[in-house]
Write a protein that binds this ligand. Structure first.
Ligand SMILES: *Cc1c(COP(=O)(O)O)cnc(C)c1O
Length: 305
């Protein structure tokens, strides 16, 4: 029994016509807590419960916190989420809807995270948003489903924040024997910690995050993501915030699904015909989702551009 759902794998007529190639979509936006995160976090929560955890602790006001809250409610385990003061009222409300106890603490995520760690006792399990092998193992199930559907893409396009999704998809490609299917790893220019790590040859801490794509805002990418780049063909792509936002709006019209800019970054590779696409005939885009975005917010962001 797992806590995530098998998601639809759909061919996109609109994006295929636009890109002049066969574009497929893995609809992770349809996971009940709004994003792919429940795959890995659900697995990790089940594992920690089995090991005797009596409470789950998270410091994410975004999709990772949502996934922990959802998993806790499903498993009957109390959840505490510490979020910084910058977290939107809507995000706090959504977490409380999942019966999580939400503590607003600190001006930044670092402070909220520090406080969350200090609250964690021996009976608590702390759920990291991206840097845990259990998460990658869980995220990999999305590629198992694609393989089971009998559809082999010739490239996978996904967004990178801390790199958990990337690590999981690479694990999934490799465990299905798809070593020949490369990944296009997309970031917005103001949150390009993976791109910086590739250039430096080691992970680096970005001085600041400067992007509307909040879910991509990890200052340092996981070490595992660099190891993936050494064992699997991975191309790094950068898009602007404007491209990511425009892609969300266009996708909403084309597929009637609302996504956050972190997801729009991947969609922009198709909508704006990124040069890296030229080599491929059958791209698969991971439509990673986003729980806290609203249509009003997206319009507001679009109007500011
Ligand atoms: C978490 C998340 C990402 C980034 O995933 P990482 O594992 O941190 O790289 C991208 N998009 C959405 C919607 C997310 O929730």
């Amino acid at each position: 029994m797992h806590l995530h759902q098998a998601t639809p794998l759909i061919p996109s007529r609109a994006l295929s016509l636009l890109a002049g190639r066969d574009v497929w979509l893995k609809m992770e936006a349809f996971q009940p807590p709004g994003s792919f995160k429940i795959r890995g976090i659900g697995l990790a929560c089940q594992h920690y419960l089995h090991q005797g955890a009596e409470r789950f602790v998270s410091s994410s006001g975004g999709n990772a916190g949502m996934a922990v809250a959802w998993a806790g409610r499903q498993l009957g385990v109390p959840v505490i989420v510490v979020v910084p003061e910058t977290t939107s009222a809507r995000a706090v409300e959504l977490l409380r809807q999942e019966n999580a106890e939400v503590i607003v603490h600190g001006a930044s995520w670092q402070e909220a995270n520090h406080y969350a760690q200090s609250l964690s006792g021996s009976k608590d399990a702390f759920l990291h948003p991206f840097d845990d092998p259990l998460l990658w193992q869980g995220h990999a199930t999305m590629i198992d489903e694609v393989a089971a559907d009998g559809c082999k893409p010739d490239v996978v396009i996904l967004s990178v924040g801390g790199g958990g999704l990337l690590n999981g998809v690479v694990e999934g490609l490799q465990r299905n024997g798809w070593h020949d299917v490369p990944v296009i790893a997309v970031e917005t220019e103001g949150a390009a910690s993976f791109h910086a790590a590739l250039q430096a040859g080691h992970t680096v801490e970005l001085a600041a995050i400067n992007s509307v794509a909040g879910s991509l805002g990890a200052k340092r990418v996981s070490e595992q993501s660099l190891r993936c780049a050494a064992t699997h063909p991975i191309h790094s792509a950068l898009v602007t915030d404007s491209q990511a936002i425009a892609a969300c709006s266009r996708f909403l019209n084309d597929h009637r699904v609302l996504t956050e800019p972190a997801c729009g970054a991947s969609l922009a590779v198709i909508y704006d015909s990124h040069p890296l696409l030229a080599a491929f005939r059958k791209p698969l885009v991971i439509v990673c989702g986003g729980a806290t975005v609203t249509a009003e917010q997206l319009w507001h962001l679009s109007e500011k551009r």
